[in-house]
Design a protein around this ligand. Structure first.
Ligand code: PLP
Ligand code: ZN
Length: 428
C-alpha cells in the first residue's frame, strides 16, 4: 500500500480517505482514489509476478491500509481466452475474451466488493447496502456474509435475473424490490445511506472501482506485457469501463506499459444514454427515462459514472456503440456455440458491439482486441428457455433414443458402413 487520497474529478478538491464520503462536498463531483506514485517500490512488477493472479496480487495499488482485515473469496485471476472460431467468423485475428464470469459469485463485481467490503470494515461500518440490477446485490450479499455485516439491497421488481436474486437471498441479504427501475432504486438508497450509518457500495463508491481496475493489470500480465489495441466493455452505470481505464492509466504512469488501449463502451439500444449523447456530439449525457432491454444488468438510464466513462472514451480515443436485443442474443448464442462460453446477455453485448464495429470497419483485422465478458450465463437461464424449444422427450428405450439421433433409414445405412469397417479392421 502506498499513500493515497480521494480527489474530485471536477474541481480537484482533495479528501482524506478515512471517512465515509461518496461525492465532492464542494461541487458534488465524482471522487477518484489517487496514489502517491513516487512511493511505489522499484521492484513492483517482480513482486506482482511472485503472487498468484488475483485482485490482491496488486495490493500496492489498492486503497486498503489494514490488509489483515481483508475479506476475500479469491476473486480475480479469471482466464483470458483466445477465441479462434469466433475470430474466424467475425474476421479478426487477435481476439481474446476476459471471462469475468469465473469470479466467485459469477461476475466482475467481486473484484470491487472484496475491496469495498474490506473498506467498510476499516471504516467500522456494520451495515452495507446497494441498489442493483442483480449482480451487485449477489456479490455484496456474499462478501457481506463473509464479513459478518448486515446487507440491504434494493432491486427493480421483476427485472432482476432469477439466478442473481437467488444468490442475494441465500447469502442472507435483506432484499427489497421497488416498483420502479434501477435508477430510482439507486437514488433512494443513496439518500438513505447519506443519513444513516449504512455504507453504500454502488460504483459511485470510489474504493469499489479500485478493485475493478485490476482487470486491466491482469490483462497486461496475461498478455506478457502487451497492451491491447482495444478493450470492449458493456456499459450500464459506467463504473467498470472507468475503472479498467484507470488501471491502464496507472500502468502507463508507472512505466509498466508504453501505451493505453482505446476503450470501447457498448450499451443496449433501449438503455443507451451515453451512446446516444456522444453520437449526437453532446458534451453532457442526456438520461433515458424508461430504459428497456433484455440485458437486465445494463438496463440503466441515468449512469452515475457517466463523466468518468466519457473521459475514458475521449482520452483513450475510443468510442461507444449501441446494439439491439436481437444482436445481443445472437452474440450470446455465437459465443456459446463457437467458443463454449456461456455468458449473460449484458456480457454478450460486448461481442455484439464488436461484431457491429468490425462490420463498420472500425476495428481492423490484426488489432489486438480484448472483450470483457462481465457475468456468467447461468445467472439468467430464463432468457435461454424463452428462446429455444424444450428438449425432445421419448420412451426410455434404446430404439426411441436412436430414432431421435437419426431417422430409421439412416440407421440401416450407417450400420452397414459400421459392419464393413469392423470387418476390415479384423482383416488388417
Ligand atoms: C453482467 C454485467 N455487465 C455489465 C454491467 C455494467 O457495468 P457498469 O454498471 O459498471 O457499467 C453490469 C452491471 O451491473 C453487469 O452486471
Ligand atoms: Zn468537487
Amino acid at each position: 500500500m502506498v499513500n493515497f487520497h480521494l480527489e474530485c474529478i471536477d474541481c480537484g478538491e482533495k479528501y482524506e480517505p478515512n471517512q465515509v464520503i461518496y461525492t465532492c462536498r464542494r461541487c458534488n463531483g465524482l471522487l477518484s482514489v489517487e496514489y502517491d506514485l513516487s512511493d511505489i517500490p522499484e521492484d513492483l512488477d517482480q513482486s506482482w509476478k511472485r503472487r498468484p493472479l488475483s485482485v490482491w496480487r496488486y495490493k500496492e495499488l489498492l486503497p486498503i491500509e489494514r490488509e489483515e482485515m481483508k475479506i476475500s473469496l479469491e476473486e480475480g485471476g479469471t482466464s483470458l481466452n483466445k477465441c479462434l472460431r469466433l475470430s474466424r467468423r467475425i474476421g479478426l485475428e487477435n481476439l481474446y475474451v476476459k471471462n469475468e464470469g469465473e469470479n466467485p459469485t459469477g461476475s466482475f463485481k467481486d473484484r470491487g466488493m472484496t475491496v469495498g467490503v474490506t473498506k467498510a470494515l476499516e471504516l467500522g461500518m456494520m451495515k452495507v447496502a446497494c441498489a442493483s440490477t442483480g449482480n451487485t446485490s449477489a456479490s455484496l450479499a456474499a462478501y457481506a456474509a463473509r464479513a459478518g455485516l448486515e446487507c440491504i439491497v434494493l432491486i427493480p421488481s421483476g427485472k432482476v435475473a432469477f439466478g442473481k436474486l437467488t444468490q442475494a437471498i441465500i447469502h442472507g441479504a435483506k432484499v427489497i424490490q421497488i416498483r420502479g427501475n434501477f435508477d430510482e432504486a439507486l437514488s433512494i438508497i443513496r439518500k438513505i445511506c447519506l443519513s444513516h450509518p449504512i455504507y453504500l457500495l454502488n460504483s459511485l463508491n470510489p474504493f469499489r472501482l479500485e478493485g475493478q481496475k485490476t482487470a486491466a493489470f491482469e490483462i497486461r500480465d496475461q498478455l506478457d506485457g502487451r497492451i491491447p489495441d482495444k478493450i470492449v466493455v458493456p456499459v450500464g452505470n459506467a463504473g467498470n469501463i472507468s475503472a479498467i481505464w484507470k488501471g491502464f492509466i496507472e500502468l502507463r504512469e508507472l512505466n509498466l506499459a508504453e501505451e493505453a488501449p482505446q476503450m470501447i463502451g457498448i450499451q443496449a439500444q433501449g438503455a443507451a444514454p451515453i451512446a446516444d449523447s456522444l453520437k449526437k456530439g453532446l458534451n453532457e449525457v442526456k438520461f433515458v427515462e424508461n430504459p428497456e432491454t433484455v440485458a437486465t444488468a445494463i438496463r440503466i438510464g441515468s449512469p452515475v459514472n457517466w463523466k468518468k466513462a466519457v473521459r475514458a472514451i475521449r482520452e483513450s480515443n475510443g468510442l461507444v456503440e449501441k446494439v439491439s436485443d436481437e444482436e445481443i442474443l445472437e452474440a450470446q448464442r455465437l459465443l456459446a456455440r463457437l467458443e463454449g462460453l456461456f455468458v449473460e446477455p449484458a456480457s454478450a453485448a460486448s461481442i455484439a458491439g464488436l461484431i457491429k464495429l468490425t462490420e463498420k470497419g472500425l476495428i481492423e483485422k490484426n488489432e489486438l482486441v480484448v472483450c470483457v465478458l462481465t457475468g456468467h450465463g447461468l445467472k439468467d437461464p430464463n432468457i435461454i428457455l424463452k428462446q429455444f424449444s424444450k428438449p425432445i422427450e421419448v420412451e426410455s428405450s434404446e430404439d426411441a433414443v436412436l430414432n431421435v439421433i437419426m431417422p430409421k433409414e439412416k440407421q440401416t445405412a450407417e450400420s452397414h458402413f459400421f459392419n464393413d469397417k469392423k470387418r476390415n479392421r479384423h482383416f488388417i
